[in-house]
Design a protein around this ligand. Structure first.
Ligand code: SF4
Length: 373
């Protein structure tokens, strides 16, 4: 059996955050209910042959999935459980925002098989949260986190953000300290990017009042994340993701290793049987062009090199029936000479190729070397 991952998109939020460019809207209960009905139908009607796959992970993301009635989440999962075969202990994650969780909801999640929670905190500073347009305070987050622990969640991710307007190195360090004190199993730490079309992008004048950290400070926050988290027992397994031993996000690892995945819900993407497709706003599946071998190889390298473990020459050979060097020998030699890539020999017929710390710092430049002409 081959592994398969499932992504469920819930595109609803209480309010739009100022930096958000995800597919999410503010809606009433009737629309949410109708959405869930359509989503379940799309799962039930999915008619590709999946008999040779077992589902290893489900990720319910958004939006804010935790604003749905928990019974809806149970129903969605039920539809998936009846449609697919599963590995023994699949990882089942739901994204939640502080202020949208309560005891009852968490209990229903646990009963429905959800065993991992990803909580969007972003910052432990209330003023920064308000600048970001978040719906919650740090206190709300603490309550949600503690309730989740009480409900038995022993695999929790906390999302953090650096380079927030008005943020200082001191306040960011404080956020890191407070979060680490809570001992979550996983921390994702991204830098704020002002994307086109977001409220931040449309209100640039806001940054006169709340200045963005300088490039040097942003850099320092980036290094601080790495050092602080590693000193506190979190190892970096991907450019922006840190975990305690054994708690890496299996869903993300699968994605970065090009494990096939099916996405259900508006704007969800799939990569299945070598084809890529997407769900449009009417729940219709739009088949994208079948990717060429060249673009699959590039994707394999781009995603794989995000992992600190890197890409395996054996996996490459198994996937593309060709040696990694066949495509990239000169680039690899050059990048190794520059100290941006390193090789670890695993056995006679396998090595791991990964970015060095210096390579991670300029990952965009390094990854562009893996574009094929
Ligand atoms: S909670 Fe997440 S998805 Fe919703 S608006 Fe904020 S950033 Fe976007």
């Amino acid at each position: 059996m081959k592994n398969l991952e499932i992504y469920i998109h819930i595109p609803f939020c209480i309010r739009k955050c100022n930096y958000c460019d995800f597919t999410s809207i503010v809606s009433d209960e009737t629309i949410k209910e109708r959405y869930v009905e359509k989503l379940i139908k799309s799962i039930e009607n999915f008619n590709s042959d999946v008999s040779s796959y077992s589902v290893s992970t489900i990720f319910i993301g958004g939006g804010t999935p935790s604003i749905l009635k928990p019974e809806f989440i149970s129903k969605i999962l039920k539809a998936i459980y009846s449609k697919f075969i599963f590995v023994e202990k699949p990882e089942i994650t739901i994204e939640a925002n502080p202020g949208t969780l309560n005891r009852e909801k968490l209990k229903i999640y646990r009963r429905s098989g959800i065993n991992r929670l990803s909580i969007g905190l972003q910052s432990a500073d209330d003023e920064e949260l308000s600048i970001l347009g978040r719906i919650h305070s740090y206190e709300d987050f603490l309550q949600s986190f503690n309730l989740a622990r009480e409900a038995g969640f022993n695999n929790i991710n906390i999302d953090l953000m650096s380079a927030i307007p008005n943020q200082t190195i001191k306040s960011y360090r404080n956020t890191l300290r407070k979060v680490v004190e809570l001992n979550p199993e996983h921390i994702s730490a991204y830098s704020l990017i002002i994307e086109e079309g977001t409220p931040f992008f449309k209100n640039i004048e806001l940054f006169e009042k709340y200045p963005l950290p300088s490039e040097e400070d942003e850099r320092e926050m980036y290094y601080l994340t790495r050092e602080f988290l590693s000193k506190n027992g979190y190892f970096r397994y991907e450019i922006s993701n840190y975990a305690k031993e054994g708690y890496e996000c299996k869903h993300n690892l699968g994605y970065w290793s090009m494990t096939p995945y099916l996405g259900f819900g508006v704007s969800a993407s799939s990569y299945f049987e070598g084809a890529r497709f997407k769900v449009d706003k009417n729940f219709q599946i739009i088949e994208e062009e079948k990717p060429s071998i060249k673009s699959n190889i590039e994707e394999f390298m781009f995603l794989g090199l995000r992992k600190t473990k890197g890409v395996s020459s054996k996996d490459f050979r198994n996937m593309f029936n060709q040696e990694l060097e066949f495509y990239y020998k000169d680039n690899i030699d050059k990048l190794m000479k520059e100290g941006l890539l390193e090789k670890e020999i695993v056995s006679m017929d396998e090595y791991l190729l990964s970015l060095t710390d210096k390579g991670i710092d300029v990952s965009n430049v390094v990854l562009s070397e893996f574009l094929l002409d």
